[in-house]
Ligand binder design. Structure first.
Ligand code: GDP
Ligand code: MG
Length: 445
């Protein structure tokens, strides 16, 4: 998928102008790619239609070329399909405890996720109680007990001879006495959608007040996960979804469809078997994963959608006049990050990237160490006064000491940064053709 989409985008990017036919042709490819990523057919259809309407109706503007515009729209629409923002599990106001029922097929990850959630709630200062309502699967109770112990939370169980609804009822009493403010019911799944399972969940819901029904689905099952979500929502009503096993190699196309099919948000994603492997769901990250991880977003960023054209132009002007100051330096650092670090920028610089051949190879510019160094540099610049930032020549020894203290670094590091800044400034002076006068006149730092 990744490769395919990248080709689409490459084609889009290399074209100067996009006609209506171009948009349609490109979206046809996107459509194929999404279907291959296991996105529900109906969702794909609606999605393509939306993007097409937006793309064709909208003039290409804001300094983007038409291809960049389509990339941007594709990404935005994917994000909005998945809910646009992160959603938390709703806690029940005015109730002593929020009761959460976990539902899902066997092996989806309910028991594991129950314990993972308990850990999250505990970190927030809550006192969760886990309830073993799976009385069918051998060792299910034991599994919950072991996981509960690992998380340091209490597990309530009554063995496997009592009906799940009765266990749930008893657990409410126990939780009330015990001062638990979160009660999570771990229920039994079946291998397939099955009437018994649904009936059992309904009985639990009738026996006790369930505030949140959370469906757990396995991302690896692809399109099936979407059908499962649809059935559960229809039969028992769900409030949110947790998608597990996204640490596998699945693109997670199911995530896109789940929100669209059930209207319920994805709350968390399971990223591994360890009890700490539960992450908040971020629609934007998921969108880029479905489209091929960060590549697409990187493209957009490089394409300049995120870059402020006006700022870049002003900076170019300043650089030409060698008025480059620390404000610009800061700005250039943050833009550099967006463009994939210093080496990414170097590669984009005519005469520096390709033309680097003769000079010694750039050191490992994007290493973790370098990232930390950039962060410290930012801290140092933030420790400067506005005057100092705008007038770099003000920096004398006492000022440098004050900055070092403010940023919590050694004075030698301030000196190093000043030196580096001066070198950059010199470089800017020497390469006026680079800044704006470059091949396409579009270079931005
Ligand atoms: P349940 O039948 O729905 O209760 O599912 P379990 O919680 O017993 O999980 C089934 C299997 O999936 C176990 O081996 C878990 O360790 C595993 N599992 C659950 N969540 C994840 C996840 O996010 N990633 C991975 N790799 N494995 C998971
Ligand atoms: Mg289980």
């Amino acid at each position: 998928l990744t490769e395919k989409l990248q080709n689409v985008f490459k084609n889009l990017r290399s074209k100067g102008r996009l006609t209506e036919e171009d948009v349609k042709a490109a979206l046809k490819e996107v459509k194929m790619a999404l279907l291959e990523a296991d996105v529900n057919f109906k969702v794909v259809k609606g999605f393509i239609k939306d993007v097409q309407e937006r793309a064709i109706g909208q003039d290409v503007m804001n300094g983007l070329n038409p291809g960049q515009m389509v990339i941007k729209i594709v990404n935005e629409e994917l994000v909005s399909l998945m809910g646009a923002e992160t959603t938390e599990i709703q806690l029940q106001p005015g109730s002593a405890a929020t009761v959460i029922m976990m539902a899902g097929l066997q092996g989806a990850g309910k028991t594991t996720t129950t314990a993972k959630l308990a850990g999250k709630f505990k970190l927030k200062g809550k006192k969760p109680l886990l309830v073993a309502c799976d009385v069918y699967r051998p060792a299910a109770i034991k599994q919950l007990q072991i996981n509960g112990e690992k998380q340091g939370v209490e597990v309530f169980s009554m063995g496997d001879k009592v009906k799940p609804a009765d266990i749930a009822r008893a657990a409410m009493e126990h939780g009330a006495k015990n001062g638990n403010n979160i009660i999570i019911l771990d229920t039994a799944g079946r291998l397939h959608i099955d009437e018994d399972m649904m009936t059992e969940l309904q009985e639990i819901k009738e026996a006790v007040t369930v505030h949140q029904t959370i469906l757990v689905v396995d991302a690896m099952t692809g399109q099936d996960a979407v059908n499962v979500a649809g059935s559960f929502h229809e039969k028992i009503g769900i409030d949110g979804v947790i998608v597990t096993k996204l640490d596998g190699d699945t693109r997670g196309g199911a995530a896109l469809s789940i929100k669209a099919v059930t209207g319920r948000p994805i709350l968390y994603v399971g990223m591994g078997e360890k009890l700490s492997d539960l992450e908040q769901f971020y629609p934007d990250r998921m969108a880029s994963r479905i489209l091929g991880m960060g590549d697409v977003l990187t493209l957009i960023e490089k394409a300049g959608a995120e870059l402020d054209e006006e700022k870049a132009r002003k900076m170019t002007e300043k650089m030409k006049k060698a008025q480059f100051d620390y404000e610009d330096y800061l700005e250039s650092m943050s833009q550099m990050k967006k463009m994939g670090g210093l080496s990414g920028v170097m590669n984009m610089m005519p005469g520096l990237g390709g033309g680097m051949g003769g000079r010694k190879k750039m050191p490992d510019l994007d290493s973790e160490e370098n990232e930390k160094r950039m962060a410290r540099m930012e801290a140092m610049i933030y420790s400067m006064t506005p005057e100092e930032r705008r007038n770099p020549d003000l920096l004398n020894l006492p000022r440098k000491h004050r900055i070092a203290k403010g940023a919590g670094v050694d004075i030698s590091e301030v000196n190093r940064m000043v030196k580096q800044f001066n070198e950059t400034r010199k470089l800017m002076k020497k390469l006026p053709g680079l800044m704006g006068g470059g091949k396409k006149g579009r270079f931005r730092l």
